[in-house]
Write a protein that binds this ligand. Structure first.
Ligand code: WTA
Length: 685
């Protein structure tokens, strides 16, 4: 056992796991451990702490050997060069550079589809699609999926989309969304999916940044009882981007007749094309474009501390190997599983764990178009029973809202098929964890609380169900090849039980390689704060057993219902309103959403506060970013607390927003200490 303690940093988890190996009983109330059942553990892909430790140790000591063995299970037209991984992770030694499997020639779409069809999975269901309305559904087998992907790929090639070209996808959860992603991957085009809840202004900002050859959308979609007119949003975005010098020649629109009639859809002749009029005419086979492992696969915009969204770039080979492997182990995937992830493909979770990870494994995936509580709060379990879902992966915000709706919506469904549960996007509070475990999973299904980020491509800290005990609210231990470290404010690594900033030492295959068009910002944001490490932006503590507990963002990013929103983005939307002079946005704790957006707003001199203006400000944010970023509270602020050098003191604003008025701390360094009292007086007006 001593020999197992030699791991470098992720080794925080070792002492506890050693205790398990020694057979200590840990399932005490006091420790709040939840042990996997023997029955589960005995069938799991990783069955014990020893097995994990052996694999983890190898992944750290010999990453090249560990990952190349796994990579060999995929199809490579040509094997990678001698060096499996080449990296510079330290800004002091030059530019940050990460390469995995460089020189290896492959294609992720080929590995998702052709390889699985050749292996005999052609008739296996790839996607069960469940529509918004009860009783509306569809199915695609692996062979059918391959055919449809090839048709779209051929169409894209025909309109001149080539390797390296960007394609913007603005679609809801129709099967056409993953189909289009895979079609881009097949021909080496770089997809950029924009979540279909983003406003036209956000969409045009992304169009201007990546200059796509084509924008792919649909006329409209029904979500719950609401119709959303996506094509209108795209029209406005294209108009905006054209005015800014980026014109779009082709807009391919899927005719989603259930939401809007074709003849009622606004149309620009010469630019707009109906998907159904062209795509089905193309051949169902299409040669793949063979790519270097380091050729880009996609870019996905995400929010950061400053106003402009960042285009996170993922490449082909490492991402493929990493998403497939994390999916297999963190969900204890077996070929007989039916897997449902409630995330939208517009976010990273939908890239790595709706599309690529599961499909690479030949899994059967459920896609759901609608809202989780439509027509009632039991819909999710209706879907679970209908498709016999065995792995269910969702966000804490949904768990908390279903919990509030009451157990009866859950218990009237069987849910017997469930085997593994998963959580992502924000910390899951222990009471929601227990409800998820006890009520949804009937105290039978382990929960994989997966910590990761758009930037990391795949899971970083996650339970391997069956391998070790869980603790409600902890993401537990690092995945293979991941070396998490906790550093203090000086960037010094802290050992053992501690809290601080969560960083990662050295690269893993799924890591992002750059920010689109801005490698300098990549280095400044992620590698300069703590030289020698990747900085996650999250706070974290490690307990006596080496388990990791994520505590939320430490930068100016808010996490609302698992959606990442930069405070600067919301502020810049607010100040674009002619009556708003200044704005400061903070996150406050919210029972269901995790955090909600709280905005302090200073108006232009002489403008009076009014309910109408409040609504107008909220509308401005909805229009510029999207409904999901709308502030819950506008707090009128005659002035904002600033230091003498003019820096807004957010620490104080956060305390005022959460009404922790006795914890305001030292306000003597403020330029005008009196503004704090003014703000408190106006708090509930
Ligand atoms: C948060 C989503 C606690 C975290 C995959 C991170 C989590 C941000 C967890 C990334 C988790 C994600 N426990 N916090 N299991 N998973 N987060 O890029 O703050 O949309 O930095 O990726 O979500 O959000 P993103």
């Amino acid at each position: 056992l001593e020999s197992m303690k030699i791991l470098p940093s992720g080794a925080g988890c070792i002492p506890h796991l050693n205790a398990v190996i020694l057979g200590e009983s840990l399932a005490t109330e006091e420790n709040d451990y939840v042990l996997p059942s023997e029955q589960f553990a005995s069938q799991a892909n990783v069955q014990s702490p020893e097995q994990y430790l052996k694999m983890y140790k190898r992944s750290i000591e010999d990453p090249a050997g560990f990952w190349s063995e796994i990579a060999s299970e995929f199809y490579w037209k040509q094997k990678w060069g001698d060096q499996v991984c080449k990296e510079n992770f330290d800004v002091r030694k030059g530019n940050i550079n990460i390469e995995w499997f460089k020189g290896g020639i492959t294609n992720i779409c080929y590995n998702c589809l052709d390889r699985n069809v050749e292996a005999g999975l052609g008739d296996k269901v790839a996607f069960y699609w469940e529509g918004n309305e009860l009783g509306v559904d569809a199915t695609l087998t692996y062979t059918q999926l391959l055919h449809q992907v090839c048709q779209v790929a051929n169409y894209l090639k025909d309109i001149g989309v080539k390797k390296g070209d960007a394609v913007i996808i603005y679609l809801p959860m129709l099967m056409e969304l993953p189909i289009t992603m895979l079609a881009c991957a097949r021909i080496g085009a770089v997809h950029s999916v924009v979540f279909a809840g983003f406003s036209s202004e956000s969409l045009s900002q992304r169009i201007i940044d990546c200059k796509p050859k084509v924008v792919i959308t649909c006329n409209a979609v029904k979500r719950g009882s609401k119709v959303i007119y996506l094509k209108d949003i795209v029209d406005t975005a294209i108009k905006d981007s054209t005015q800014n010098g980026v014109s779009i020649d082709v807009c391919l629109a899927y005719d989603n007749a259930s939401a809007l009639k074709r003849e009622d859809t606004k149309w620009t002749e010469g630019r707009d094309i109906w998907w159904q009029d062209v795509v089905p005419r193309y051949p169902t086979t299409c040669p793949v474009e063979w790519l270097d492992a380091e050729d880009p696969l996609f870019l996905l915009y995400t929010s950061g501390s400053t106003g402009k969204p960042k285009g996170v770039v993922h490449t082909t080979g490492g991402y493929m190997v990493y998403t497939a492997t994390t999916f297999k182990y963190a969900f204890d995937y077996k070929p007989s599983d039916i897997y449902w992830c409630t995330a939208d493909c517009g976010w990273i979770t939908g890239h790595s764990y709706v599309t690529y990870g599961p499909i690479l494994n030949g899994a059967t995936v459920v896609l759901y178009e609608g809202a989780p509580n439509y027509p009632d709060a039991g819909r999710s379990w209706n879907i679970v029973d209908k498709y016999k879902v065995s792995i269910f992966y969702t966000a804490p915000t949904l768990v908390r809202s279903l919990m509030r709706d009451g157990d009866e919506h859950v218990t009237r469904y069987s849910r017997k098929s469930l085997r593994v549960l998963g959580s992502v996007g924000e910390p899951i509070n222990p009471s929601a964890w227990r409800w998820f475990y006890n009520v949804i999973g009937d105290s039978r299904c382990p929960i994989s609380d997966t910590w990761w980020q758009t930037e990391t491509g795949g899971f970083m800290i996650t339970p391997l169900p069956g391998a070790w005990p869980q603790k409600p609210g902890s993401a537990t231990c690092p995945f293979f090849g991941v070396q998490p470290v906790i550093v203090d404010e000086n960037g010094v690594e802290i050992e053992g039980e501690c809290s601080g900033y969560l960083c990662v030492k050295s690269s893993w295959p799924g890591a992002f390689r750059t920010l689109y068009g801005d490698h300098e910002r990549y280095e400044t944001t992620y590698f300069k704060p703590f030289a020698g490490y990747y900085f996650s932006g999250d706070g974290c503590s490690r307990d006596k057993d080496g388990y990791y507990w994520l505590t939320g963002r430490v930068d100016d990013v808010i996490n609302v219902s698992g959606h990442r929103i930069g405070t600067a983005e919301v502020e810049s939307a607010l100040v674009s309103h002619p009556k708003c002079a200044e704005a400061a946005v903070v996150g406050v704790e919210h029972e269901v959403k995790g955090q909600s957006i709280y905005a302090f707003v200073t108006l232009v001199d002489g403008v009076p506060y009014s309910e109408e203006l409040r609504k107008d400000l909220v509308l401005t944010v909805r229009k510029q970013i999207g409904a999901f970023a709308a502030p819950d509270k506008i707090h009128w602020a005659p002035g904002l607390p600033k230091t003498r050098s003019g820096k807004i003191m957010r620490r104080i604003l956060r305390k005022i927003a959460s009404r922790q008025l006795d914890e305001l701390g030292d306000t003597s360094t403020l330029a005008e200490p009196n503004v704090v009292n003014q703000l408190i007086e106006l708090a509930d007006s």
